[in-house]
Structure formats: structure tokens, C-alpha cells
Design a protein. Structure first.
Ligand SMILES: Nc1ncnc2c1ncn2[C@@H]1O[C@H](COP(=O)(O)OP(=O)(O)OP(=O)(O)O)[C@@H](O)[C@H]1O
Ligand SMILES: [Mg+2]
Length: 378
């Protein structure tokens, strides 16, 4: 493996010198060469094996409809907030649009029915932990992170009052018919990577990075990561009720195994999200939770170029790097990952413009009625 890695490094230098590429591009090639050499070794080891066979819908167990969580309806009060309507519903409860009568501003209020999952002293402990987690998350102040204003409890519900975000979550763009163009994907994911880098320096690990937790307004150029730190709380309650694991497909091997996680686990989950936005499928798919867990623990994700050959090799290598099983092999941090993604996006845009001056950029294949947008500053 060391030989393969050295050969790739030498190759990267040679290509760089011949093509006269910039030092930063060369540095990126060297960083990702490790992932490529590992992929080669694995490919040899498992020759004949098949990656990502067609699979039944994956086990997003907690996303079944009908959480059964009661939520105040329009006109009712929750704490000091007047509820206007429901914005959406997740595994733990409803997200409501509420107005703060003190200053008239609109907020999104996430509700969690703690009493459904805990009793007695366990409930008291869960309530305290919830408030602690929300307090940690409320300290985060970043333009691309949804602000948390208050956490509290009322009418048997725990709630988090947060910034109301316009737009929609990225879930929609994981479908083939609504795919974003690759450079747009890279720029959005780079924004998320930077937001995660900031949170990690503040000691907060997200733990539930997935398309449903990233809200975008493509016209306004806004990207907002939501649900910071809530997953730790939510996960444990789900586990207690046997509902298990919010979104196992996005979990890193170490998170799946119940080991201690740090920011590198978030980068893995971000890699899964990146993969899904680029390929309209998940890197690991199985028809049972046990099968999925085994794949996440043991099997390399497919090369994105086997699914979408037009994507650049550097991007495939970077995706492979974020999906490394061992945290220490993943990108050094969110900021590094963001920088590399932007570099590749810029290249794709330049190459695309060179190939078809004046044309709309799509360095990957144009498919279906993609949600084409000119995007984004930064
Ligand atoms: N701050 C917000 N502003 C506006 N809408 C929001 C906000 N937060 C959540 N929503 C809406 O509420 C929906 C449900 O969010 P919620 O976080 O409860 O579920 P989820 O992320 O899909 O799943 P999970 O329960 O695993 O977190 C989101 O898809 C989004 O449409
Ligand atoms: Mg959410």
C-alpha cells in the first residue's frame, strides 16, 4: 500500500509539473492520493466483489410518519409563543411556526415529547440533559448555523425556539430529478463544512449531519445548518424506545459502533451527504439495519465516478477521503475540506466555461430537470 501511495504522490507531482497547476491544487492532489491508493488496494483485495448492489429503501427507521407527538395547533400558546402553524415534522416531534408576542418576531419552535420516552427520575435527567445540550448549541453564532434563542418546557413538551429559516432542506436535491449541478453541490457542502469547523472549535459536535438538517434558499444564497447537538439527546431517547438511530445511513463507523465521536464523525456524515447529492443514492444501501451496519463498518463506498463518470478524479478522491473508516485518515478538518471543495468547484467552473463559452455550467452530466441555479458567493 505504501508503494501505491508513493507512486500516486509521484504521479501527482509529475502531472502538476507538466500541467503547471497551482501549488494549492497540487497540495489537494497529494492529500487525496492516500484515499486513492487505499481504494486501489481494496479493489485488488476484493476483486470480483460488487459495490452498492441495488437495494431496498434504507433503514431510516425513525422517519416513519405519525410520531404521535401532540403539538399545539394554530392560535394556541406554547410557553410565551403564539403558534401559527406547523412547519414540518421529524422523528422527535413537530416544528412549529410561532410568534414571540414581546417583539412580534417569527420563530421556528422544535418540540420534543420527553414524557413519551422517559419516566420518573429518568425523565428529570432527560429534561436536564436536553436543556444543557440546547444551551451549548445556543452559544454557536455563525451566519450558516441556525440560531437557537431559547430552550424550555411547557405543557409537557420540551421545546427549542430558533431562527425561522426560509427555503427548504436539501432532502429534495438528493432525488435525481432535482439534483443540483456539481459545482453548486460543492459550494453548498463547503459552506456546511466551514460551519462544522466553527462548531468543532467551540466543542460542539453535530452528530446528525444529513440533508434534512441543512436548509437552503438558493435564490438568496443562504445555507443554514440546523439541529446542532440535539442528536446526542435525541439518539439516546430513540435508543431507549427501541426506535434506534435517527438516520443510520449517515452515521460514521465509530458512531454506529457506539464509540466516542468527535468532529471527524461529522465530516464522515458530510461525506455521505456529498455522495448522495452528487449521485442521487447513498454510499451504503442494504435491506436491513444489520446489513447497513456491516457495510458502514467494513465495506468501501463505491467510487462516485463509477456512478457518474463525468465527475473529476480529484472530487472522487476527496469523497473517498471523507468516507474513510478510520477517522485519522479523513480530511484534517472542516476548513480544509471546505477549501478543497471550493478549489475543485472553481476548476469545474473554469473547465466548463472553456468547453462551452457562455453555456450554463454543468461539469457533470446534465440530467432531468435539474434545479439549475447560479450559486453562491463564498
Ligand atoms: N429553523 C427552521 N426554520 C424553518 N423550518 C424548519 C426549521 N427547522 C426545521 N424546519 C422544518 O421542519 C422539518 C422537520 O424538522 P425536524 O428537525 O423535526 O426533522 P428532520 O430533521 O427531518 O428529522 P430528525 O427528527 O431526525 O431531525 C424540516 O424538514 C423543515 O422543513
Ligand atoms: Mg432536523
Amino acid at each position: 500500500m505504501a508503494d501505491a501511495f508513493s507512486a500516486l504522490c509521484a504521479q501527482a507531482w509529475a502531472v502538476g509539473l507538466l500541467a503547471g497547476v497551482s501549488a494549492t491544487w497540487l497540495a489537494l492532489l497529494l492529500r487525496t492520493a492516500r484515499a486513492r491508493s487505499r481504494a486501489l488496494v481494496c479493489a485488488v483485495a476484493s476483486a470480483g466483489g460488487q459495490h452498492g448492489a441495488a437495494a431496498a429503501p434504507h433503514a431510516d427507521l425513525a422517519h416513519a410518519d405519525g410520531t404521535g407527538v401532540p403539538a399545539p395547533s394554530g392560535g394556541a400558546m406554547l410557553g410565551r409563543y403564539r403558534i401559527e402553524r406547523e412547519l414540518g415534522r421529524g422523528a422527535m416531534g413537530a416544528v412549529l411556526l410561532g410568534r414571540d408576542p414581546q417583539d412580534g418576531r417569527l420563530l421556528a419552535i422544535k418540540t420534543l415529547a420527553l414524557g413519551r420516552q422517559h419516566e420518573g427520575s429518568e425523565l428529570a435527567e432527560a429534561q436536564q440533559r436536553f436543556l444543557r445540550e440546547a444551551e451549548m448549541a445556543s452559544r454557536l453564532q455563525h451566519p450558516d448555523i441556525v440560531r437557537i434563542f431559547e430552550a424550555g418546557q411547557a405543557q409537557g413538551l420540551a421545546y427549542i425556539a430558533m431562527e425561522h429559516v426560509h427555503g427548504h432542506d436539501l432532502q429534495r436535491h438528493t432525488q435525481l430529478a432535482h439534483q443540483l449541478q456539481p459545482p453548486v453541490v460543492l459550494r453548498v457542502v463547503a459552506r456546511v463544512a466551514d460551519a462544522l469547523a466553527y462548531a468543532h472549535t467551540q466543542g460542539v459536535v453535530h452528530r446528525d449531519v444529513k440533508p434534512a438538517n441543512v436548509m437552503v434558499d438558493l435564490d438568496a444564497g443562504s445555507v443554514k445548518v440546523t439541529d446542532f447537538g440535539i442528536a446526542r439527546f435525541a439518539d439516546s431517547s430513540r435508543t431507549r424506545t427501541g426506535m434506534v438511530l435517527g438516520t443510520p445511513s449517515f452515521m460514521s463507523p465509530e458512531q454506529m459502533a457506539g464509540r466516542r465521536v468527535d468532529g471527524r464523525s461529522d465530516l464522515y456524515s458530510l461525506g455521505v451527504m456529498l455522495f448522495q447529492l452528487l449521485c442521487a443514492r447513498l454510499p451504503h444501501e442494504a435491506d436491513s439495519l444489520a446489513g447497513l451496519m456491516s457495510q458502514i463498518a467494513n465495506q468501501r463506498a463505491p467510487d462516485i465516478r463509477s456512478l457518474r463518470p463525468q465527475l473529476p478524479r480529484a472530487l472522487a478522491d476527496l469523497v473517498a477521503l471523507t468516507l474513510e473508516k478510520r477517522p485519522e485518515l479523513r480530511p484534517a478538518g472542516g476548513a480544509q475540506l471546505a477549501q478543497d471543495l471550493r478549489l475543485i468547484a472553481a476548476r469545474m467552473e473554469v473547465e466548463s466555461a472553456q468547453q462551452a463559452p457562455g453555456a450554463v455550467i454543468d461539469a457533470g452530466a446534465v440530467r432531468g430537470d435539474n434545479d439549475d441555479r447560479e450559486f453562491l458567493p463564498r
